[in-house]
Design a protein around this ligand. Structure first.
Ligand code: NAP
Ligand code: MG
Length: 403
């Protein structure tokens, strides 16, 4: 078997726990035997982030920007329990957040559909792709506990001191909480541009949701920017391709999403995207079938990953020496999607064809009745399931027949 030559390198971000175990196994069975590939590796495992004071995460993000393509395994985001477990120097931030901020990217989450896997929402027969604006809002907010009587204000002062905006938020007569948050026009423009471009490339329509009836300055600005960019740059191409763009209130959009059958991009503000992407993952079946792409505004830098975490519960079984049935599909798709973009940038059609073939083989393996436990449970009590290793070997056997 002749390996497919990949001229430019990709950046691999290694992770933690069960996700890492599955990662190494799928790489060895489905990627390395087929591709002549140069990989720049960054170990983002919890131990190494601690050893490097998290510098490794920043270095990895810089390498992704330089090399255009990053493929990432799930990593632990430490909480207090993890600080104890790993004896961490500090509660390091989420690597995904760090990388997202450096790439200034938009996250697109897309479910993988298989004919024989029932969905909780049965009529969702086309993917609902969700784009999350990964900057600002509550993730960069300041929140307070108030333990006194008094007034809470929000204030803006210009650098030259000439402009001052000061608004009273609330007069506390008893204990409570408060918060202030922000966003910036540039990031919203970048987000909207990424969304419009994504829709044109994939030939799907766009819905953007906010709560601009309540946040008449904050969310209204988001809507204005989307409208402005659509009218000035994308309207003609959208109409040519019979695509539409619409703004909807978030509550109305949630209702429509339940009613409609899919096949569109839903652009969400940061928090909405965080929450709704988990809702969609369950609605479509399994977290093991949800993929995630982080894309820079100009579309030239891509980081791909599975949407699920490090699957700690399975890792505890694995540590006891037990075999697990962990779904590797989303992790495999992080490789195929990342490498597909490598192929797009390099005009390496053989590589793109390999990626498309591997994705088809994954889906047809599941559709032939071979699957992991998470999917079998969705199908029903009659459905047999394989261990992770058995399932990966099935895919490998099928893939070998194609090359
Ligand atoms: P998780 O790893 O996504 O797992 C949650 C549950 O979903 C699992 O216990 C498992 O259910 C099921 N599941 C997820 N992926 C699966 C797969 N591929 N195959 C089969 N079942 C799967 O989320 P978590 O347990 O909340 O988080 C674990 C760690 O991951 C945390 O430290 C968190 O910080 C981190 N995390 C990282 C990322 C990332 O790097 N992008 C994202 C989310 C969470 P059963 O136990 O019922 O089988
Ligand atoms: Mg979430």
């Amino acid at each position: 078997m002749k390996k497919i030559f990949v001229k430019n390198c990709i950046v691999e971000l290694q992770g933690d726990e069960m996700a890492k175990v599955v990662w190494e196994s799928l790489k060895e069975k489905l990627i390395l035997p087929f591709l002549d590939l140069q990989i720049k590796k960054f170990d983002l495992g919890m131990k190494n982030r601690n050893a490097t004071n998290d510098k490794i995460t920043v270095q990895a993000a810089e390498a992704i920007i330089k090399n255009n393509v990053g493929i990432k395994c799930a990593t632990i985001t430490p909480d207090d329990k993890r600080v104890k477990e790993f004896n961490l120097k500090s509660k390091f931030p989420s690597p995904n957040g760090t990388i997202r901020n450096i790439l200034n990217g938009t996250i697109f989450r897309e479910p993988i559909l298989c004919n024989n896997i029932p969905k909780i929402v049965k009529h969702w027969n086309k993917p609902i792709i969700i784009a999350r604006h990964a900057f600002g809002d509550i993730y960069k907010s300041k929140d307070l506990r108030i333990k006194d009587k008094g007034k809470l204000f929000i204030e803006f002062k210009s650098n030259d001191g000439k402009k001052l905006i000061k608004e009273e938020i609330y007069e506390f007569k008893s204990d409570g909480v408060g918060m202030a948050m922000f966003n910036v026009d540039k990031s919203i423009y970048d987000f909207s541009e990424a969304c419009f471009n994504f829709c044109l490339e994939r030939k799907i329509s766009l819905f953007f949701s906010t709560k601009n009836t309540i946040l008449q300055n904050y969310d209204e600005r988001f809507k204005e920017i989307f409208d402005e960019l659509y009218n000035s740059k994308f309207k003609i191409s959208f109409e040519k391709n019979n695509l539409t763009y619409q703004h909807r209130l978030i509550d109305d959009m949630v209702a429509c999403m339940m009613k409609w059958s899919g096949g569109y991009l839903w652009a969400c503000k940061n928090y909405d995207g965080d929450v709704m992407s988990d809702l969609l993952a369950q609605g479509f079946g399994s977290l093991g079938l949800m993929t995630s792409i982080l894309q820079s505004p100009d579309g030239k830098v891509i980081e791909t990953e599975a949407a699920h975490g490090t699957i700690t519960s399975h890792f505890r079984q694995h540590q006891k020496g037990l075999k697990t049935s962990t779904n590797p599909i989303a992790s495999i798709f992080s490789w195929t999607k990342g490498l597909w973009h490598r192929g797009r940038f390099d005009k390496n059609f053989e590589l793109q064809k390999f990626c498309e073939t591997l994705e088809r083989v994954c889906i047809s393996t599941i559709e032939s009745g071979k699957m992991t436990k998470d999917l079998a449970l969705l199908v029903g009590p009659e459905q047999n399931w394989l261990t992770t290793e058995e399932f990966l070997l099935c895919i490998q056997k099928k893939l070998k027949l194609m090359f």
